[in-house]
Design a protein around this ligand. Structure first.
Ligand code: ZN
Length: 343
């Protein structure tokens, strides 16, 4: 970390891979420049300075009113609050951020974000709770807040290269019956939970890992308009030979690969998209199970983890997430969400 304790920028920036070819990205010396324990042991004043820079990014750490934007305030030291001199609004250094109305100390919040982003593929709420020393429910909510930050860090990504597009189905498979003669053929439509089945469609740059867009749909065919809308007209789209992708040929240069023949023929392949799904399935094994209502949040997390491998250093990864605490409207209000979609 530098002397200010923070190099945060409010907007996500293009990432550059610091590793040599063939080298695991975490082997680069740049990845040893920041550890979660650095937050745990950071001097109190430095930690406060870091938080203020993250919470008040427009003024570089100087408090401003979240209601009217005024920088004129009176510091109420006994309450750790500020009173706006223009509109009388009272606010603290967490007001308007993702962690307003917090109960955890700011050090624990930053430590939790650092720990969560530091994981390779996935972090379960149980292991996160042990690392933070909090209950399962607290850790679960905290993890979902970090997932929202991860989504914010990748939500303004623009596609600037040719893309591979593919979908993969998750869920909807019934458990096998104990006695073999009573079992059903789960390949048949009537023996699948159609309402629980989800397809994740991904648009991924063919050369770099930095451009990934992913969204869940009920069927692949539903995703055609979304794909057409997010890929610039001058870029090529590579898909498999499913019929519904053919209409992409009307607006884009469309190439297909027949997977019954080969995974790659000449320049045609969708391997870039397939590789995302292979890591996504590894992560979903770590989680054991994912509720339908929160599925998108887990997709967003995996998109971030995949692209964050190109970050220049571990500190950059951390700042890429944590610098969005003021940009995101928190959708989580405690552990109980009362059935509302929260992803
Ligand atoms: Zn004000």
């Amino acid at each position: 970390m530098n002397n200010d304790g923070c190099t945060a920028k409010t907007k996500s920036r293009p990432l550059r891979n610091p590793t040599r070819k063939g080298q695991h990205y975490r082997m680069a010396s740049a990845y040893r420049n920041f550890r979660p324990v650095d937050i745990a042991t950071m001097p109190k004043r430095k930690l406060h300075k870091l938080w203020m820079k993250l919470a008040f990014p427009l003024t570089g750490g100087e408090p401003y009113c979240p209601r009217c934007g005024s920088v004129r305030y009176t510091h109420i030291k006994t309450r750790k609050q500020y009173r706006c001199r223009d509109c009388e609004h009272r606010y603290s250094n967490t007001s308007g951020t993702m962690f307003a109305c917090r109960k955890l100390p700011i050090r624990d919040i930053l430590f939790g974000i650092a720990e969560f982003q530091d994981e390779e593929d996935a972090c379960t709420a149980h292991s996160f709770a042990r690392k933070m020393g909090v209950s399962y429910k607290t850790a679960w909510v905290m993890a979902h807040k970090v997932r929202q930050l991860m989504f914010a860090a990748r939500s303004n990504i623009l596609i600037t290269e040719d893309v591979a597009v593919d979908g993969a189905y998750f869920g909807g498979v019934l458990r096998n019956i104990n006695v073999k003669k009573n079992r059903n053929d789960h390949r048949l439509k009537k023996f699948r939970h159609q309402n629980k089945k989800k397809v994740v469609v991904i648009v991924k740059g063919r050369i770099t890992n930095s451009t990934i867009l992913a969204r869940e749909f009920v069927s692949e065919a539903e995703a055609v308009d979304w794909v057409r809308g997010c890929v610039p007209k001058d870029k090529k789209i590579f898909t498999d030979e499913a019929n519904h992708w053919n209409s992409l040929g009307a607006s884009h240069e469309h190439h297909t690969i027949n997977h019954k023949q080969a995974y790659k023929i000449g320049d045609n392949d969708t391997n870039a998209a397939e590789s995302f799904f292979s890591t996504f399935r590894v992560a979903s094994k770590v989680y054991r199970s994912v509720s339908r209502g929160y599925f998108t949040a887990y997709i967003n997390e995996q998109v971030w983890r995949r692209t964050a491998k190109l970050a220049r250093s571990n500190l950059d990864r951390f700042l890429d997430v944590v610098s969005h605490i003021r940009d995101v409207v928190n959708k989580f209000r405690g552990y109980w969400q009362f059935g509302e979609m929260t992803a």
